[in-house]
Design a protein around this ligand. Structure first.
Ligand code: 4AD
Ligand code: MG
Length: 430
């Protein structure tokens, strides 16, 4: 008998099947055992009647511990009480791998304990839902750009210089030199955009953030498109179209997982373009009206972002921040040189910034001046300046942090559950 996956069980009603998986939970009563069996694609109840199975299989079932690896043979039958509509009447059972004293029991555990056991925690139902949605989001990101003529242009992880400020660099020896783990693929993507017109990268990025917040990880994934001949307005159009696509894909394909997480799907369904757009100046006025004592020029913190997003039922694009609080590569607004042609997308419901991007400085002299101003080493950027020496054009792009997007779409309080193995200020294991 071939192995059948639980997600396809409905196609096998009335048939003899083999399930290969692990014991999720168990109840027994004299002549009956009820095994909740999971196989990675779902969970199903398998019912063992003493009279239906070899004596030794019935005995074995009595002593099976949680997370024992088992193969179950039996017949699929409809069961209206089952959440998936079916159960299996067991005819035989094989024990493949024993498990004793599995640490994560159905009772409540603290988060520190669960994170210590993250390698096992990923087997549980909620984590399954989150990580399947993450997988769907990653797929949607790739599909969006692949379908629109973007070339996947992988950026390096080991880099000679900073992209997003020198305070959050992870340093590592590189033979006789020093290398830094990439903070963003953007600078390399700009080379890609000049070569292919439209390029994107999707990979891990690293920031030594000395902050312990629910939005920060030391290692996170970013998807970054970059487009030649695109300005800030075009960049905002692209960002909202992309985010609408990603969210609606999850709503369409991962309804079951959203239900497991008790996510209010209506809130995701209203994520449709156009998204509201406000300037930094307008945002400051709003914040002051709400009692914040913010100085013009300051970047927004988590609290400010939350208050700004509360006025809307979909993400809001905040554009034209003061250049002084943004990265060196941002192009200045020709209308007001104190402003950068940049945009942050703030997710609704207080999830904060999920996207950062904007139009890049395309003038050689101006960019050289910015590199000096920011105290960055010119040698390390000579290749980047070449992009302005040889056929420089207006161009723009953005980066979306995958974990922040997953946290928002899943409705999770903290980004630590949005990645299989989170790297946090005080956590490098497992
Ligand atoms: O706003 P950031 O710093 O922008 C850039 O890195 C640009 N170079 C991207 C580009 O234009 N190609 O980061 C982009 C996004 C943020 O909006 C946020 O979602 C996420 O990356 N992010 C983090 N996510 C988790 N933990 C952290 N420490 C993060 N830092 C940024
Ligand atoms: Mg940012």
């Amino acid at each position: 008998m071939d192995q059948v996956y639980i997600e396809n069980i409905a196609d096998h009603e009335g048939q003899e099947v083999t399930l290969k998986g692990w014991l999720y939970n168990k109840r027994s009563s004299g002549k009956l055992h009820f095994l909740q069996v999971r196989d990675g694609t779902g969970t199903i109840q398998c019912v063992i009647f003493k009279k239906d199975v070899p004596e030794q299989a019935f005995e074995q079932a009595a002593h099976l511990a949680q997370e024992s690896a088992i193969i179950v043979h039996g017949t699929v039958r409809a069961d209206e009480r089952s959440p998936i509509g079916f159960e299996v009447g067991v005819s035989d059972l094989e024990l493949v791998g024993e498990a004793s004293d599995y640490p994560i029991t159905p009772k409540d555990h603290g988060v520190a304990f669960l994170l210590d056991n993250r390698h096992l925690w990923v087997r549980s139902a909620r984590q399954h839902a989150v990580l399947r949605i993450r997988s769907e989001i990653a797929h949607a990101c790739r599909q969006y750009f692949d379908d629109r003529g973007f070339v996947l242009f992988d950026s390096p992880i080991l880099t000679p210089a900073a992209c997003e400020g020198t305070t959050t660099l992870f340093e590592t020896p590189y033979f006789d030199e020093t290398a830094y783990l990439t903070q963003s693929g953007q600078l390399y993507l700009e080379a890609g955009a000049m070569a292919f017109g439209k390029a994107y990268c999707f990979g891990p990025t690293f920031r030594a953030e000395k902050s312990k917040t629910r939005r920060h990880l030391m290692e996170f994934w970013m998807v970054e498109p970059e487009v030649a001949y695109m300005d800030l307005a075009g960049d905002m159009d692209l960002a909202e179209d992309f985010v609408e696509y990603v969210v609606q894909r999850v709503v369409q394909n991962r309804r079951r997982e959203l239900d497991v997480l008790e996510r209010d799907v209506g809130k995701l369904e209203s994520v449709r373009k156009p998204f509201p757009r406000i300037t930094y100046d307008e945002a400051v006025t709003t914040l002051r009206d709400k009692g914040f004592s913010i100085e013009w020029g300051e970047d927004f913190g988590a609290e400010e972002e939350t208050v700004l997003s509360e006025a809307y039922d979909r993400p809001v694009l905040v554009h034209r921040y003061p250049a002084a609080c943004k990265a060196f590569y941002m192009k200045a607004d020709p209308e007001n040189a104190k402003l950068a042609l940049c945009v942050d997308m703030l997710a609704p419901e207080g999830y904060g910034e999920i996207i950062g991007g904007g139009q890049r400085e395309d003038d050689l002299q101006t960019l050289e001046g910015k590199i000096t101003e920011h105290g960055l080493p010119h040698e390390a950027f000579s290749w980047y300046l070449d992009l302005r020496r040889y056929g420089s054009v207006p161009h723009a792009g953005f980066g979306m942090g995958i974990e922040r997007a997953v946290a928002w779409i899943c409705g999770l309080h903290h980004v630590r559950e949005t990645i299989p193995f989170p790297r946090m200020l005080e956590r490098l294991t497992p």
